[in-house]
Design a protein around this ligand. Structure first.
Ligand SMILES: Nc1ncnc2c1ncn2[C@@H]1O[C@H](COP(=O)(O)OP(=O)(O)OP(=O)(O)O)[C@@H](O)[C@H]1O
Ligand SMILES: [Mg+2]
Length: 987
C-alpha cells in the first residue's frame, strides 16, 4: 500500500469542525463517518472491522477516550467528557490575533468531516492535560463558543461532576453556530497533527491488512480454499468464532466429536491474536509429528499473512525465544516444549508477549506418566501469572468438563457435530451389530457377513478381515488397528495372500515408484513384508518403522496410492490419516482392554470431510468380550484425573520449578499456587487437603540440596545451583544423582580423540532391555576399534583382559552393566559414523525402529545433559562441548544435509532426495517452483512441495529478520556510544 497523500484524507477545506460528541446519536453518526473517512483513506472499509477490532482501534488503543470512572464498562458507548473538551481548547496568545481573519471564513460543520476523529484525538489529549493540571480556563475568551462560560461552576462539593458540566456545556457548543474561529496556524498544526495520526493509523493497519474474515483479511478465504480445500466454515465454526467469550478474550474450552473441524477455529483465533491483537501465541500439540505437520501446513499462511512460525519440538526451538521487533510469532510446541517456553518467558518476565495459548487434545491433561502433569503445570502457571493470556482448549473426548472449566475459569462450548456421519458396528462371529440406544443398550443385527471364503481362507482369516477390507479398497481407504506391532505385520502378510489381482493393478506404477523410493531410503534395503504388501496398496505402520519409512507410507496413503494401513493405536493420535472404513482387530491396546477415549479416537478417523459421504467403524470382538464391550460402548467418556493426585512424586518437579521461577519461595506461596491447579479442584471435590504431601515434597527438595532455606529469612527458600540445573534440564531427583556421577567421571579424563567417550556419556541405559547384549558382536566390535577408542574403553573400566575373558564365556556381575552400557554406545558410534539404521540394525540383530529410537533417546538425553551442565560451573568443559555435539547427534546425517533438516517434517531420506535433486541449501528450495520440484523428486505430492518451499521461505525470512534486527540493535548501540563520545569530547 502506498503512503497516503494529503488528498487521500478528503476535502481539507472542511476541517473546521474539530470534534463531535460521540455520546449523542447524531454525533455517533459523525464519529462513525469520520472513522470511515480515515479508513477510506487507508483503503479499508468499515465492514472489514469486527467489533473487537473496532474496540481495539477506536477505544482501547486511545487512552484519552476512556472514561475515568473505574466502574464503567469499557464496551459502553464513549461518554468521556474529554471527547468534548476540545471546545475548551485554549489558543496560544499569538493565535488569537488571527481570529478576526478566520471569522470571515465559512465554518463548515459538515458531518462528513474526514478528520474529525483525528482532530478530536488531538484536542482530547490536550484538554485532558488541561484538566489534569486543574488549569481549566473559565473566562479566557467569553466571546468564543469554544470556551467554557463563566456560568460553569467547578465547586468540589457540586453534585454534578466537572465532566457532566463540561459535557452539558459542550453539547450546547455543538448545536450552536460558532462565532469565533481558530487561527490559521492552529488549524494548520491541527491538520498536521491529524495527518500524522492518520498516517500512524494507516501504517498500523497496512501492517496487517485486517479484513472481513472474522477480523482477518479476505484473502484468508482464498488461502483456506487453496491450502486446505475449505470453501466455507461450518455453522458451528462461525458460531464459535463470535461467542462472547471469544470476543472478550475469556478462556474457552470447546468440545466436538472427532473430525468436527476444531482445528480451523483455533487457527483462525491464533491468526487474529497475531495480526489483530499484536501478541504472540502458543499452540500446544501432543506429538512431534503433529507439530511438524502443523508447521508445514501453516507455513503458506505465515508467508502470506506475514507472521512467524517457530517449531518447538524435539531439539528445535530457541528457549527463551528471540524477541522479535516487527512480526508476531506462533510457537507450535509439544507439551514439554511449551512448558519450557512458558518457564523461560516467566523467568524473563516476558509473559505479556503471549496473548493466547491454545491446547489441542486438552484431555491429555489426564495422561498418566507425567505428560499430564507437564500440561497441568503449564496451564496453572499461565493462569496464575498471566491473567491477560487467553487459554483455549479443545478436545473430542472430555467427560469431566466441569473440573476443567473451573480449573481454567473458562466458558464451555459443546456441539455434537460431525460433517460426515459415522456408523459404528460391532462384529461378533459372522454378524454385524449396531448399538441403537445407548441408554437401553439395545442392539440391532445389521447384516450377516457372507464372504465367499474357502475353508482354508476361513482357517487362516477367521475374523474375515480380508473380506471387510476388500469391501472398500482399492477405490476407498481402510485402516485396521491391531493390538501389537507383531499383529500388524502378521495381518498385512495374511491379507496379501487372499487379495485378488484386480487390487494389484490399481495405481500399479505409483506403487512401484514408492517401493523404489522406500528402497532408496533404506540404502537398497526394504522390509520383505512391505515389499510384498505395497503391490496390493497395503502397508503396516507402527513404531518399529524408521521415521522415513513412516513418513513415506503416510504420504502415500494420503495420496491414495496406498489404500490400507494395518497399524497400532499410535496412528490414531498422530497425523491426520482418515479412512472410509476403520476396523479394530480386537478391543485391546497391547494387553490392556481398550478405553472409550482410545476407541473414539481410533474410530474417529473414519469418514473424510469433502471425500466420503459417510464413514464406518467395525470393532471385531470374540463372543467372550461381548459383556465388556457392551459396558464400554454404553459408558460415559473417561474422565481425566490430575497426575498430581495419581502420582504425587511429580510434585517434586513442579515445586522445584516454582522455586526456580521465584513464583513460590515460602510454604504459603506454594499453597497459593497449588490452589490454581486441577489437582486442587479435584481434591476439594472429594474433601481432601493434601498438605502433608506438599510439605513432604518441600522437605525432599531440601534434603537433595535442590532448594535451601535463606539464612536471613528461615521461612523462605530459594533454588540452589544444582536445583537450577535440574529445573532447566527438566530432570527428576533420581536422575540428578545419576547425571552427577556420569559427568564427574568424565571430568577426570575425557578421551577426545573421537566422539566415542561423549557418546558413552549420553547413552540411555534403559535400552539394555530392548537391545540384548551379545558377547560375540561386542568382541568383534571391540577388535575393530582404533587404539584411541580402546583407550576410551579402558578409561571407563573395560580392560582388554576383561574382553578376552568375556569372549570365553565369563560373566562379570557388576561390570556387566558397564559392558552393556558400552555396547549401546558402540551402536550409537556406528550411527554417528554415518552408517544407516538398516546397516546397524542388521549388524546388531535388532529391529531398525528400536535402533532409531535409541538414537532419538540419546539425542534427547544429550540435550538434557547439556542444559543441566549450563547451570553448574564445575562442568564448564561440557558447556562448551555439548551444544554442537547435541545438534549433530540429533540430525546424525552428513553435515551438508543439516540445513535441509531444519525444514519441518523433512527427514534424512527427504533431505537426501532434495540434495541429490540439486536443492542443496534453504535458498535453493525457497527459490524453487513446486512444479519443478515435483518433477525432480520421485513421488513428491504438489501440496507437500508447496509446503516445503513455503517453510524454506519462512525460515529464511526469519533468519534475515533476525540479522536485520541484530544489525539495528548494533547501530543503536553504536549511535548511543558515539553520541556519548561526542558529548565527552565536547565536555
Ligand atoms: N469448514 C470446513 N469445511 C470442510 N472441511 C473442513 C472444514 N473444517 C475442517 N475441515 C476438515 O475436516 C477435517 C477434520 O478437521 P479437524 O482435524 O479440525 O477435526 P478435529 O475436530 O480436530 O478432529 P479430531 O478430534 O479428530 O482431532 C480436516 O481435514 C479439515 O481440513
Ligand atoms: Mg484435532
Amino acid at each position: 500500500m502506498n503512503s497516503p497523500s494529503l488528498s487521500d484524507f478528503g476535502d481539507l477545506s472542511r476541517l473546521d469542525d474539530f470534534s463531535f460528541d460521540t455520546s449523542t446519536p447524531v454525533s455517533k453518526k459523525r464519529f462513525k463517518r469520520a472513522e470511515q473517512s480515515i479508513l477510506n483513506a487507508c483503503n479499508i472499509t468499515s465492514e472489514f472491522l469486527n467489533d473487537d477490532f473496532h474496540d481495539n482501534l477506536f477505544s482501547s488503543d486511545i487512552p484519552s477516550l476512556k472514561t475515568d470512572n473505574p466502574s464503567a464498562d469499557k464496551n459502553e458507548p464513549l461518554a468521556s467528557p474529554f471527547l468534548n473538551v476540545k471546545n475548551s481548547f485554549q489558543l496560544p496568545p499569538e493565535d488569537k490575533e488571527h481570529h478576526s481573519e478566520l471569522e470571515t471564513e465559512k465554518l463548515d460543520k459538515d458531518d462528513e468531516d474526514p478528520l474529525g476523529y483525528c482532530q478530536s484525538q488531538m484536542v482530547k489529549s490536550q484538554s485532558s492535560k488541561l484538566l489534569k493540571t486543574n488549569n481549566i480556563p473559565q473566562n479566557s475568551s467569553s466571546s468564543s463558543p469554544f470556551t467554557l462560560s463563566k456560568s460553569v461552576h467547578f465547586s468540589p462539593g457540586s453534585t454534578n461532576s466537572i465532566s457532566d458540566d463540561i459535557i452539558q456545556r459542550l453539547k450546547h457548543n455543538i448545536s450552536a453556530s460558532p462565532k469565533t474561529l481558530l487561527s490559521r496556524q492552529a488549524k494548520r498544526s491541527s491538520l498536521l497533527f491529524a495527518l500524522d495520526e492518520a498516517q500512524k493509523l494507516h501504517e498500523q493497519l497496512s501492517q496487517t491488512s485486517i479484513g472481513p474474515f472474522f477480523g482477518l483479511p479476505s484473502k484468508m478465504s482464498e488461502l483456506l480454499r487453496c491450502h486446505k480445500g475449505i470453501d466455507e466454515l461450518y455453522p458451528w465454526q462461525k458460531e464459535c468464532l463470535v461467542l462472547p467469550a471469544v470476543k472478550q478474550k475469556r478462556n474457552l474450552i470447546y468440545s466436538l466429536p472427532t473430525s468436527g473441524g476444531k482445528t480451523l477455529v483455533a487457527e483462525i483465533l491464533i491468526m487474529r491474536e497475531l495480526l489483530c491483537y499484536f501478541k504472540d501465541a502458543i499452540l500446544v500439540l501432543p506429538y512431534i509429528s503433529l507439530v511438524q505437520e502443523k508447521v508445514r501446513g501453516l507455513a503458506p499462511f505465515a508467508i502470506d499473512l506475514d507472521f512467524v512460525i517457530e517449531e518447538c519440538a524435539g531439539i528445535k526451538g530457541t528457549i527463551p525465544p528471540r524477541k522479535r521487533r516487527k512480526r508476531h510469532t506462533l510457537y507450535i510446541c509439544t507439551i514439554e516444549k511449551a512448558h519450557s517456553l512458558v518457564n523461560s518467558m516467566v523467568e524473563a518476565k516476558r509473559m505479556d508477549e503471549i496473548g493466547l495459548v491454545v491446547v489441542d487434545e486438552l484431555h491429555m491433561i489426564g495422561e498418566p506418566g507425567g505428560r499430564g502433569a507437564v500440561l497441568e503445570s503449564l496451564l496453572s502457571k499461565v493462569t496464575f501469572i498471566s491473567k491477560q493470556t487467553q487459554i483455549i482448549g479443545m478436545s473430542a473426548t472430555l467427560s469431566n468438563m466441569s473440573d476443567l472449566q473451573q480449573f481454567l475459569n473458562a466458558e464451555i462450548y459443546e456441539k455434537d457435530f460431525r460433517p460426515i456421519e459415522l456408523k459404528e458396528y460391532v462384529k461378533v462371529d459372522k454378524e454385524l451389530y449396531e448399538l441403537i440406544d445407548k441408554h437401553t443398550e439395545e442392539w440391532r443385527l445389521v447384516r450377516n457377513l457372507d464372504f465367499s471364503y474357502t475353508k482354508d481362507m476361513f482357517c487362516r482369516d477367521p475374523d474375515m478381515i480380508t473380506g471387510l477390507i476388500l469391501e472398500v479398497i482399492p477405490q476407498n481407504s481402510c485402516l485396521v488397528f491391531c493390538p501389537t506391532k507383531k499383529h500388524c505385520e502378521n495381518v498385512a502378510k495374511m491379507v496379501c495372500q487372499f487379495l485378488p489381482d484386480s487390487v494389484v493393478s490399481h495405481r500399479k506404477e505409483d506403487k512401484e515408484l514408492i517401493l523404489k523410493t522406500l528402497k532408496e531410503e533404506g540404502n537398497g534395503n526394504v522390509c520383505e513384508i512391505l515389499a510384498e504388501s505395497f503391490k496390493y496398496g497395503i502397508a503396516y505402520h507402527h513404531s518399529g518403522l524408521t521415521m522415513d519409512e513412516r513418513k513415506l507410507i503416510e504420504e502415500a496413503y494420503q495420496n491414495g496410492v496406498l489404500c490400507c494401513l494395518i497399524c497400532t493405536s499410535t496412528l490414531a493420535a498422530g497425523v491426520n490419516l482418515p479412512a472410509k472404513r476403520v476396523i479394530l482387530r480386537a478391543p485391546y491396546v497391547g494387553r490392556e482392554f481398550i478405553t472409550l477415549s482410545r476407541y473414539k479416537q481410533m474410530i474417529g478417523r473414519a469418514g473424510r470431510a469433502g471425500i466420503d459421504d459417510s464413514g464406518e467403524s467395525i470393532l471385531i470382538i470374540k463372543p467372550t468380550d461381548r459383556l465388556n464391550v457392551g459396558k464400554l460402548l454404553t459408558s460415559d467418556m473417561d474422565s481425566c484425573q490430575s497426575n498430581f493426585i495419581t502420582e504425587p512424586a511429580l510434585l517434586l518437579t513442579l515445586i522445584l520449578s516454582l522455586a526456580g521461577l521465584e513464583i513460590a519461595n515460602t510454604i504459603p506461596d506454594v499453597y497459593s499456587f497449588m490452589d490454581h491447579t486441577l489437582a486442587a479442584i479435584q481434591n476439594r471435590k472429594v474433601g481432601c487437603t493434601p498438605s502433608s504431601i506438599i510439605e513432604d515434597t518441600i522437605k525432599a527438595l531440601l534434603e537433595h540440596n535442590l532448594i535451601q532455606y535463606d539464612k536471613a529469612n528461615t521461612e523462605a527458600f530459594s533454588i540452589t545451583n544444582l536445583g537450577k540445573a535440574a529445573f532447566r534440564g527438566g530432570v527428576d531427583i533420581v536422575t540428578v544423582e545419576e547425571f552427577l556421577n556420569r559427568l564427574s567421571q568424565g571430568l577426570n579424563g575425557l578421551v577426545l580423540h573421537s566422539y566415542l567417550h561423549l557418546l558413552y556419556l549420553i547413552t540411555p541405559t534403559e535400552f539394555s532391555t530392548s537391545i540384548p547384549f551379545s558377547a560375540d558382536i561386542f568382541y568383534q566390535m571391540y577388535n575393530s576399534l582404533t587404539s584411541h577408542d580402546i583407550g576410551v574403553a579402558e578409561r571407563i573400566g573395560i580392560s582388554e583382559r576383561m574382553v578376552m575373558l568375556m569372549a570365553s564365556g565369563r560373566s562379570f556381575g557388576k561390570n556387566q552393566v558397564i559392558l552393556h552400557h558400552f555396547y549401546l554406545s558402540l551402536i550409537l558410534y556406528d550411527l554417528w559414523n554415518q552408517n544407516s539404521v538398516w546397516y546397524v540394525a542388521k549388524k546388531y540383530n535388532v529391529h531398525r525402529g528400536v535402533i532409531q529410537n535409541l538414537l532419538n533417546s540419546a539425542s534427547a538425553l544429550a540435550s538434557t545433559l547439556s542444559n543441566f551442565c549450563q547451570e553448574l560451573k564445575e562442568f564448564w568443559a561440557y558447556q562448551l562441548l555439548l551444544p554442537d555435539f547435541v545438534k549433530q547427534l540429533s540430525y546424525c546425517v552428513t553435515m551438508e544435509l543439516i540445513p535441509l533438516m531444519e525444514l519441518p517434517a523433512v527427514k534424512r531420506g527427504r533431505a537426501k532426495q532434495l540434495y541429490v535433486a540439486g536443492y542443496k541449501t534453504l535458498p535453493d528450495i525457497a527459490k524453487a517452483h513446486p512444479r519443478d520440484m515435483v518433477e525432480k523428486i520421485v513421488h513428491l505430492p504438489y501440496k507437500t512441495a508447496n509446503q516445503i518451499i513455503s517453510a524454506a521461505k519462512m525460515i529464511l525470512m526469519e533468519k534475515a529478520e533476525a540479522l536485520h534486527e541484530e544489525a539495528e540493535l548494533l547501530m543503536e548501540e553504536f549511535d548511543k556510544n558515539f553520541s556519548m563520545l561526542e558529548i565527552g569530547n565536547i565536555l
